[in-house]
Ligand binder design. Structure first.
Ligand code: ZN
Length: 322
């Protein structure tokens, strides 16, 4: 199977009441960990590349790594997606350079400017067989070069979604219902604490999601900033010399619920970073004499694979859907 767009993936996910995981890739070990898990569980998967990933690893290296993953996993559909494209030129460069899906994120612009830029990208993408994700509403948090300070985020306004989708022709829509980028999704003040002293974030705005679904029946919705920041990995990081106090994410049961509704794509990045970093820190602490990168990247890659397998089975519900 060659690289695919997300069109069929989303149709099946919508009808089947599950979501497809979109995982950010930055190097070979991450690509391998994600696709080995998806391959073994017969799950469709989206590999996504941010502007920062392209700056770090280079467009050509990333595309070739993904092509290798496609060749190694012929039984599952894999899409290659640009995460948070912020200009027409960046989207065009990815469309011309082998991506099957791009996101144009003009959510920080006015409604009219967002429509104009999204429409421009949609026209070029569709002419080249590529699909487009757009965004309405803004998430708090930090992801590569996307920074929105707490208090400056805004929920998607459901009364705008129909007109936006209609006028832009976008293929899927990222909405803001309380998810957030990064490993520090909420301040301590926004949360309550459970009996173990762990921060519990405010619940997602399912009322906003349901209102959007009503207005866009059958249309695929996307959730960004949907890592759960598992406390076992925060603990591992902190136990082995790290310093990540009060890192907090979105509870997995809320994402599972979203996946059964119209949410067809759930973006997960921070959890992979945490799992890798926790395991590398542990490895260094336990083997201070080792210096071969393969020694510590092997458990890091395994941690990525285990994390993605967990998400596919218990959060996304996409296992066996390839
Ligand atoms: Zn995002």
């Amino acid at each position: 199977m060659a690289l695919v767009t997300t069109k069929d993936m989303f149709k099946k996910a919508y009808d089947g009441g599950y979501a497809v995981g979109a995982f950010n890739v930055n190097n070979m070990e991450i690509v391998q960990g994600i696709t080995e898990a998806a391959g073994e569980l017969k799950s469709p998967v989206i590999l996504q590349v941010s502007k920062g990933a392209r700056a770090y690893a280079n467009h050509t290296y990333l595309v070739k790594l993904v092509e290798a993953a496609v060749e190694e996993n012929p039984e599952i559909p894999i899409a290659l997606h640009l995460d948070h494209g912020d200009t027409f030129e960046l989207c065009k460069s990815c469309i011309d350079g082998g991506f099957t899906s791009v996101m144009i994120d003009a959510s920080s612009k006015s409604f009219e400017d967002n429509i104009a830029l999204t429409k421009q990208v949609v026209e070029y993408a569709h002419a080249n067989g590529v699909v487009v994700e757009a965004e309405l509403g803004t998430l708090a948090g930090i992801e590569d070069e996307v920074v929105v300070e707490a208090g400056h985020e805004s929920y998607t306004r459901p009364e705008e979604v129909e007109e936006f989708v209609d006028r832009t022709g976008c293929d899927s829509l990222a909405i803001a219902i309380g998810t957030s980028h990064g490993a520090y999704k909420f301040t301590a003040e926004q949360c309550t604490r459970n009996a173990d002293g762990i921060l519990v974030p405010p619940p997602l705005r399912f009322d906003v999601l349901e209102e959007c679904i009503k207005r866009l029946p059958g249309f695929p919705i996307v959730l960004h900033g949907s890592s759960s920041v598992p406390q076992e990995f925060v603990k591992m990081v902190n136990q082995y010399g790290g310093n990540m106090p009060d890192a907090v994410g979105i509870p997995e049961e809320q994402l599972r619920k979203a996946a059964t509704l119209a949410v067809c794509k759930i973006n997960i990045d921070s959890d992979i970073r945490l799992a890798m970093t926790g395991n590398i820190r542990k490895y260094f602490a336990e083997h201070p004499d080792h210096f071969d990168p393969r020694q510590y990247l092997k458990p890091a890659r395994q941690a990525v694979k285990d994390m993605v397998a967990h998400k596919i089975q218990y959060v996304l519900g996409s296992d066996g859907k390839a």
